[in-house]
Structure formats: C-alpha cells, structure tokens
Design a protein around this ligand. Structure first.
Ligand SMILES: NC(=O)c1ccc[n+]([C@@H]2O[C@H](COP(=O)([O-])OP(=O)(O)OC[C@H]3O[C@@H](n4cnc5c(N)ncnc54)[C@H](OP(=O)(O)O)[C@@H]3O)[C@@H](O)[C@H]2O)c1
Length: 295
C-alpha cells in the first residue's frame, strides 16, 4: 500500500531533494513554511490533518550560522521550539519523526571522526539551538531518528559550491580556509538516506530509534573542496577559467560564529540504511545539474 511522508522545510536545500525521490509507493509531500510553519501549532495540526502522513521528515531549520549569534531568539524558536512542537505532534499521532542535525553540536577539537556518543559542546548559537532541538525530540517523541550531517551542498538553495562558482566568474584569485577539516555531504545523499530510514521505520514496529551520524568521504578541508569544485566545473565546461585558490587560515577569515576545526563525522552504529556518502561523485552530479539549469 502507498505511504506518504510529509516534508517540513520542503523547499530548502535538502527539502527540495525529496521531490525527485518521491515514488507512488513512498510519496513525499513537500511543504514550505507558508504551508507548514513548524512554529505555529495550528499550521502544524492542519497540515497533519490534511495529509495524514505515515512519517514526518523535518528539513526546516534556522541555518544562518553567523546571523544566529545576534538573532538567538529566532534560532531557538525554529531549531528548538519548532522541533519540540513537531516531536509532540508526531508522538500524539504515533508517527515517526526524522530530523536533521549538525556537526556544529561539537567543538571540533577531537582528533579523529566524531561518533554518536562523543560529548557535545557547541561553539555558537546555531549549534546550541540545534542541540536543544535534538534534546527536545529525544524527550518528547520516542519514535525518532536524528541524523547529524555536515557541510551540506546541492543543486538547490545557497551553499559553498554555488558561492565558489560565482566567485570563479567574478575573481582571478581568492582565499579559502585550509585549517577546517571535515567532509561535504550532498543534499541528495541526505534525502536518500532519510527516505530509506523512513520506509523501514514505517514498515517495522521494531526499529532502532535514536541518533545517527551520516559519514561522508574522503576527508578534506574547504581549500581542497574548492579546488575539486573548480577542477570538475572546468572539466564539464561549467566555468571557463579556474581562479588561483590561496590556502588561508580561520584567523585570516574571521566570522561572528566560530566554526569547528574538525567536523568529520563517523558512525559507531551499524544500520543497513546508512552508508557513507561519496562527496566527489555527488559533486559531479550536482555540477551537471547546475549546468543543465544554466542552459
Ligand atoms: N546547510 C548546511 O551546511 C548544513 C550542515 C549541517 C546540517 N544542516 C542541517 O540540515 C537541515 C537542512 O538544511 P538546509 O541547508 O536544507 O537549510 P535551508 O536551505 O536553509 O532550508 C531551511 C528551510 O527551513 C524553512 N523554514 C524556515 N522557517 C520555517 C518555519 N517556521 N516552518 C517551516 N519551515 C521553515 C525554510 O523555508 P522557507 O524558505 O519556505 O521559509 C527553508 O526552506 C537543517 O536541519 C540544518 O540544520 C545543514
């Protein structure tokens, strides 16, 4: 029988990916904030009454990391209170809630990949508000999956890949931070993983609910990522020239919110639906999609 999944934040970078993955058997209903405002109880109940989903995926979030430092009420309202509302509503209707969280819950000082049980220590408002959202979900909805991801890129929304492509057209030379390590994760890989998890948790009463990391490989830094973007973009004819990319340090590029020096995500939990993404292959797919869009 056909199942349906409601996607909150369905028009964001990750949320938009679900439309292409929707099938007759597992139908994704993408709603933007004007159709489903997760901070508004009546909007939430009305969307759940209308669509009666078998599971809900939360791709909505306050993601302006630097702005959050001076706009903490808004960040907490969405990332913590909004997540809690979703958790209470899903619990009341006995449907699973799948939620996306972030590497920013960690301080970045670990030597090696972060595992699910590592102590959290967010360095800024965004990370703290996302951590508060995780706690609210864990407390309010037993049927939950929280998937922590890092350095998201994709064909929709704003991200590092699109910024680099724009800068390649504008500049001959730029500096990119080389002392923050991690791995980019494609929005498509996140959406695909969440859908596989949703399918399994809808079908089975016994499910290993809880917190998971989505690893991506190979490990890199932003400077190397930029070089790979430019090399691939030049190969497929998306950019005409490659700018000189100078390696700089985080202190050369101060931002209001501190970034973790190490964002690498590993997983200590074996579950069939979660396998590491390969960002280099996914980058090719994203660049080809952007080339198509530019035609
Ligand atoms: N971007 C990254 O690098 C990164 C890294 C790690 C983890 N994450 C996590 O990944 C998830 C998805 O991030 P993303 O990059 O896809 O974010 P995004 O592109 O900024 O999308 C977030 C979406 O949230 C929606 N939204 C805002 N207020 C809302 C409300 N009150 N009710 C419902 N929806 C609301 C926005 O919709 P409207 O535009 O319709 O207002 C927007 O489309 C988030 O949980 C984020 O914390 C992201």
């Amino acid at each position: 029988m056909s199942k349906s999944i409601l996607i909150a934040g369905g028009h964001g970078q990750v949320g938009s990916e679900f439309a292409a993955l929707s099938t007759d058997q597992l139908r994704c209903v993408n709603l933007g904030s004007s159709e489903l405002d997760i901070c508004d109880e009546s909007s939430l109940q009305s969307a759940l009454d209308t669509h009666r989903p078998d599971a809900l995926i939360n791709a909505a979030a306050y993601t302006a990391v630097d702005k959050a430092e001076t706009d903490s009420d808004a960040a907490y309202a969405l990332n913590s209170d909004g997540a809690k509302q979703l958790a209470l509503a899903c619990s009341a209707r006995n449907i699973p809630l799948l939620h996306i969280s972030t590497d920013y819950v960690f301080n970045g000082k670990k030597n090696g990949a972060y595992l699910e049980d590592d102590p959290t220590d967010p360095q800024g408002v965004y990370g703290a508000s996302k951590l508060a959202g995780e706690h609210a979900i864990q407390h309010c909805c037993s049927k939950h999956i929280i998937l922590r991801v890092s350095w998201v890129f994709g064909q929709y929304g704003n991200n590092f890949v699109k910024t680099m492509l724009r800068l390649a057209a504008e500049r001959d030379e730029l500096g990119v931070v080389a002392d923050q390590y991690g791995a980019p994760t494609s929005a498509r890989c996140i959406a695909r993983t969440l859908l596989m998890l949703a399918e399994r948790c809808i079908e089975r009463t016994e499910f290993p609910w809880g917190l998971y990391h989505l690893p991506s490989h190979p490990a890199t830094n932003w400077h190397e990522f930029a070089n790979e973007i430019f090399a691939q973009a030049k190969d497929i004819g998306l950019v005409q020239k490659i700018p000189i990319v100078n390696a700089i340090t985080s202190s050369d590029y101060p931002t209001p919110a501190a970034r973790p020096a190490n964002s690498l995500m590993g997983s200590a939990k074996a579950i069939a639906e979660i396998s590491a993404c390969n960002w280099q292959e996914e980058l090719t797919e994203v660049l080809l999609a952007l080339k198509d869009q530019a035609r």
